[in-house]
Design a protein around this ligand. Structure first.
Ligand SMILES: [Zn+2]
Length: 384
């Protein structure tokens, strides 16, 4: 008896709607790790670290050529949204189409910085890296593991006093949280307790483990554990989105840049081109730039220099909303509850927080697509 051949990728994707893609339903529920990955992580604890790295580097070339989601950019949701807008424009007969712009106050896109602190070395670098970001007028979130290493008294107070924020990076970094429903249920009360005790805003799962059916139960102000596309992590795949979305009432902020560890250790790049090129694309498409930087890996002058170069790049993006992840999450909730009221050729936005919202008008372009323009005013009129 032979197995049915899998239908071609295009056919499989056509059967999936936006929600299916956000929840990574493009692969079977079981066997979420590919076979070589499962074999690798099975024997990894027995391997010396240089051998681990050598194997991951060799395998990375194959991972980078993954069919779906493509890496470093998977444009499927951006393309689908634009195609839908164009179809609606054509249906209406060429009038510009209003929507509530993704970002407040006329910003074209958004950028956050997030850090996962893996160990004591990372803890010891928090203040230095914060100072570097402050020099560029930027702020970030710091995700600490609950029971994994000592955290000096006063560090959280310092982080908050400087206008930065705290998040929870799991209770332990043993990656067992999402292993089964039992392990998840067992750790959940401690996660809730720790979020409250720390006054933590966000949650980032160790090793970006995740499960779309459980994520909302984490109960943080936001979660940021789903990459848009990342073939290199233990759980390869991604939600394909460069915009936040919801799991129930939980805002998910997708991780949208290649991780620092992958960039430097696995791909062995000595430039930040992958960060700036992807950020350019995210900016052009009105998305959220959301990298993970581990202070633990900012351990050479060259890496510190590259990180500072990225901060310079970001600070120069004057069209961007430079915000804390919690501010982005709060805005996304505000935006969800706003109403777009169309009135002939005019439109306006109503609801709490609407003074920060802007209309974005889509019009047809010559290439059969659409182009956006964000208004400076809350409401304005487009002539037919
Ligand atoms: Zn981590």
């Amino acid at each position: 008896m032979s197995a049915e051949p899998a239908p071609p990728l295009e056919e499989r994707l056509a059967a999936l709607d936006e929600r299916d893609l956000l929840e990574e339903r493009y692969r079977p529920r079981s066997g979420r790790r590919s076979l070589p990955m499962r074999a690798y992580y099975g024997v990894k604890p027995l391997m010396p670290r240089p051998l681990q790295l050598a194997l991951r580097r060799r395998y990375a070339k194959r991972q980078a050529r993954v069919e779906f989601p493509r890496w470093p950019i998977e444009p499927i949701l951006v393309e689908r949204q634009r195609a839908a807008l164009r179809a609606e424009l054509d249906r209406r007969g060429g009038t510009a189409l209003p929507e509530i712009a993704p970002w407040p106050d006329g910003h074209r896109f958004a950028a956050v910085l997030t850090h996962d602190v893996e160990g004591p070395i990372g803890v010891s670098r928090v203040r230095e890296i914060m100072a570097m970001e402050s020099r560029h007028g930027l702020r970030s979130s710091w995700n600490f593991v609950g029971d994994w290493y000592p955290i000096e008294p006063g560090l959280f107070e310092h982080v908050r006093a400087e206008g930065f924020e705290i998040g929870l990076h799991g209770i332990k970094h043993d990656c067992k949280l999402f292993e089964s429903r039992d392990t998840f249920a067992a750790e959940l009360p401690e996660i809730h307790r720790r979020l409250a005790e720390w006054g933590a805003d966000g949650f980032r799962a160790p090793a970006t483990h995740r499960n779309p059916d459980w994520q909302e139960e984490l109960g943080a102000r936001y979660d940021t554990s789903f990459p848009d596309t990342d073939p290199f992590e233990p759980l390869a795949g991604g939600c394909c989105s460069i915009l936040p979305f919801f799991f129930g009432d939980m805002v998910e902020l997708p991780i949208t840049l290649v991780q620092d560890h992958t960039l430097w250790e696995i791909l062995q790049r000595d430039t930040i081109d992958l960060w700036t090129q992807k950020s350019d694309w995210i900016g052009a498409n009105g998305g959220l730039i959301n990298p993970i930087i581990h202070p633990d890996y900012l351990d050479t002058p060259a890496r510190l220099r590259m990180y500072e170069e990225f901060l310079e790049y970001l600070a120069a993006q004057t069209d961007a909303w430079h915000a804390l992840p919690a501010e982005v999450a709060d805005w996304w909730r505000t935006r969800r509850d706003l109403r777009l009221v169309e009135d002939g050729a005019q439109a306006r936005i109503e609801g709490p927080g609407s003074h920060r919202a802007r209309l974005q008008w889509w019009s047809a372009d010559a290439e059969g697509g659409v182009a956006p323009s964000v208004g400076r005013e809350q409401s304005f009129t487009v002539a037919d």
